[in-house]
Design a protein around this ligand. Structure first.
Ligand SMILES: Nc1ncnc2c1ncn2[C@@H]1O[C@H](COP(=O)(O)OP(=O)(O)O)[C@@H](O)[C@H]1O
Ligand SMILES: [Mg+2]
Length: 487
C-alpha cells in the first residue's frame, strides 16, 4: 500500500528504458492546493523539499491544472520552466528534454509524473509520453488503492467509535426506566463496574432505585450465575443481624437449635447486597470489616474460620461522612466499601424521567389489576411534574398504583392522586417564600450541568458560567454539590 514500494521499481524501469536522468512524482494536496514531490529519482533531499508548486505554476502546475501532458524538447527554450528544485542549475539546459504527464484518478488530476532525458535530435518523444502515461495510470491506481484503504480505515475507526458510543448509551439494565442524563451516567457506571470484582457503594435517597441498580450490577457481572443475596441491615434487630450475616452454630444461643449458614456463606461465589449499611452497629461493623479485609469470619458461637469469596455491594441513604465525624461509622470500613461509589440522583433532579416512569407503572399496574388505562389526564401530568417526590420512585410507583385502582373510566385523573400532590400543586402558587428556593434550585441545576460538561473541573465550569472560581467555590459549598461526583 505504500506508494514508495510501487514507485521505486517503476523509476528504475524508466531510467533503464528511457535513459532518464531525473524523475519526480508530484501529488496535489487537496486541502491546501499545493503540489509537492512525493517521490523522486536523481534528486537530493534538499532539492526534493524545494519542489513545491501552486496549481498553474511552472510546468508541473500547468499539467496538474490542465490535465494535459507537456513535452519540452529543449528546456532552455521553455520560459515556463522554473527549476524550482535547483537540480539542473549547473546543467546545459539545451541538452535536456522534459516530459510531464498528469496522473489521473477518474477525471481528476491528482498529480504529475515528470522525467528529464538527454535531448537527441532524431528521437521522437511521443513514444516516451505513451510509456509514461501507462506508468502514470499504474501510479494512479496505486494511489487510488491507498486512498480507498485509508478511507476504509477511517470509516471503520469512525464506525467503531460510534458503535462503542452507542453501546455505552444503550446499556440500560432491563426494567430500569429513565433516559435522563443523570441516569445515563448511572448506567455507564454500572456498565463500567459490573464486570469487575470491585465493591460498590450505591448512594441516594430512599426510593431512588438503589436496590434495582445493585441487581443490575450483579446480573451483568461474571457472578450472574451465582447467588445474589440481599440483607436489609436496617430492618434486622441488632440481636439477630450477626447470626443472619455470619450464621450460627447449634446451641450458640437460646433458640439456636441447629447450625445455620449465614448470608455470607449463602452468597458464596456470588454477590451480597448490604442494604442500609449505615444502620449497622459498631460491633457488627468490626466483623464486617474483617470479612471485607480478610474474606473470613466465624459463625456465631463457632470456632472454625470460614473463608468466603463474595462481592459486596452496599447501599445507604445516610451521610456516612457525617456519621464518621460523629463516631457512628468506622472510617476503615467506609474506605473498604466506598471503592466505587454510584450516586443515584433524587427524582426531582431528573424530572424528565417522571413521565416515562409513570407510563411504565401505569402499564404494570393496569395489567396486574386487569384494567385498560388509556391515558393520564393533562392536569394529572402537571401535578406529577410539579411535585418534589421526597419518596422518589417508590412514592411515584405507589401513587400510580393507587390511581390505577381508583380509576373507573380508564383515565388517570388528578383527583386520583393523593392529597400530598394536590397541596404541592397549590403551594406552587405561593411565590414569595419559595422564590429563593426556586432560584437556588435553578442555580444548582445550571452548576450541575456545567460540572457535568467539564467532568467536575470547577475552574472550567466557572469559566463557562462566566463567574469567578471563588464564587463557584462558594456556590458549590452553599448548594451542597460534590464536584468529584463528575470525575
Ligand atoms: N429507574 C427505575 N425504573 C423502574 N422502577 C424503579 C426505578 N427506580 C426505582 N424503581 C422502583 O421503585 C421502588 C423502589 O426502588 P428501590 O430500588 O427499592 O429503591 P431504594 O433501594 O433506593 O430505596 C422499587 O419498586 C423499584 O422497582
Ligand atoms: Mg432500598
Amino acid at each position: 500500500m505504500e506508494l514508495r514500494d510501487v514507485i521505486g521499481p517503476l523509476f528504475k524501469l524508466i531510467s533503464e528504458q528511457m535513459g532518464m536522468h531525473r524523475g519526480t512524482i508530484t501529488l496535489l494536496n487537496r486541502s491546501n492546493g499545493e503540489i509537492y514531490i512525493e517521490e523522486a529519482y536523481g534528486l537530493s533531499e534538499s532539492q526534493l523539499h524545494r519542489g513545491r508548486y501552486k496549481i498553474g505554476e511552472g510546468i508541473t502546475g500547468k499539467v496538474v491544472e490542465t490535465g494535459k501532458p507537456m513535452v519540452i524538447p529543449r528546456l532552455s527554450e521553455e520560459p515556463l520552466f522554473l527549476d524550482r528544485t535547483g537540480a539542473r542549475k549547473n546543467i546545459e539546459k539545451s541538452n535536456i528534454s522534459f516530459i510531464c504527464i498528469p496522473i489521473q484518478v477518474g477525471d481528476t488530476t491528482i498529480g504529475a509524473l515528470s522525467v528529464d532525458r538527454l535531448f537527441e535530435e532524431n528521437v521522437s518523444l511521443d513514444e516516451d509520453v505513451r510509456l509514461l502515461q501507462i506508468i502514470g495510470s499504474l501510479i494512479a491506481s496505486a494511489v487510488r488503492l491507498r486512498r480507498s484503504a485509508l478511507e476504509e480505515k477511517r470509516h471503520l475507526l469512525e464506525e467503531n467509535s460510534r458503535l462503542l458510543e452507542q453501546i455505552k448509551d444503550k446499556f440500560q439494565p432491563k426494567n430500569i426506566i429513565g433516559n435522563s442524563r443523570a441516569m445515563q451516567d448511572v448506567y455507564a457506571l454500572v456498565a463500567h463496574v459490573a464486570k469487575s470484582e470491585t465493591n460498590v457503594l450505591i448512594r441516594g435517597e430512599s426510593g431512588t432505585g438503589k436496590e434495582l441498580i445493585a441487581n443490575a450490577i450483579h446480573f451483568n457481572s461474571l457472578r450472574a450465575q451465582k447467588p445474589f443475596v440481599k440483607v436489609n441491615c436496617g430492618a434486622l434487630p441488632e440481636s439477630v443481624i450477626e447470626s443472619e450475616l455470619f450464621g450460627h452454630e447449634r446451641g450458640a444461643f437460646t433458640g439456636a437449635v441447629s447450625t445455620r449458614k449465614g448470608r455470607f456463606e449463602l452468597a458464596e461465589g456470588g454477590t451480597i447486597f448490604l442494604d442500609e449499611i449505615g444502620d449497622i452497629t459498631p460491633a457488627t461493623q468490626i466483623k464486617l470489616l474483617r470479612v471485607l479485609q480478610e474474606k473470613e469470619f466465624e459463625r456465631v458461637g463457632g470456632m472454625q474460620t470460614i473463608k468466603v469469596n463474595v462481592r459486596v455491594i452496599a447501599a445507604t441513604n445516610r451521610n456516612l461522612e457525617e456519621m464518621i465525624s460523629e463516631n457512628k461509622f468506622r472510617e476503615d470500613l467506609y474506605y473498604r466499601i466506598n471503592v466505587f461509589p454510584i450516586h443515584i440522583p433524587p427524582l426531582r433532579e431528573r424530572k424528565t424521567d417522571i413521565l416515562l416512569l409513570a407510563d411504565y407503572f401505569v402499564k404494570k399496574y393496569a395489567k396486574s389489576n386487569n384494567k385498560d388505562i388509556k391515558r393520564i389526564s393533562t392536569p394529572t401530568i402537571d401535578m406529577l411534574m410539579a411535585y418534589h417526590w421526597p419518596g422518589n420512585v417508590r412514592e411515584l410507583e405507589n401513587c400510580i398504583e393507587r390511581a390505577v385502582i381508583l380509576s373507573v373510566d380508564d383515565v388517570l385523573h388528578s383527583h386520583h392522586l393523593p392529597p400530598s400532590l394536590q397541596t404541592a400543586e397549590a403551594s406552587r402558587t405561593r411565590p414569595s417564600s419559595n422564590l429563593n428556593e426556586a432560584l437556588d434550585n435553578f442555580e444548582k441545576e445550571l452548576i450541575l450541568e456545567a460540572l457535568k460538561a467539564t467532568r467536575g473541573n470547577m475552574a472550567k465550569a466557572a469559566r463557562n458560567l462566566g463567574i469567578t472560581e471563588r464564587i463557584m467555590g462558594l456556590r458549590v459549598k452553599k448548594l451542597d454539590i460534590n464536584p468529584r461526583r463528575f470525575r
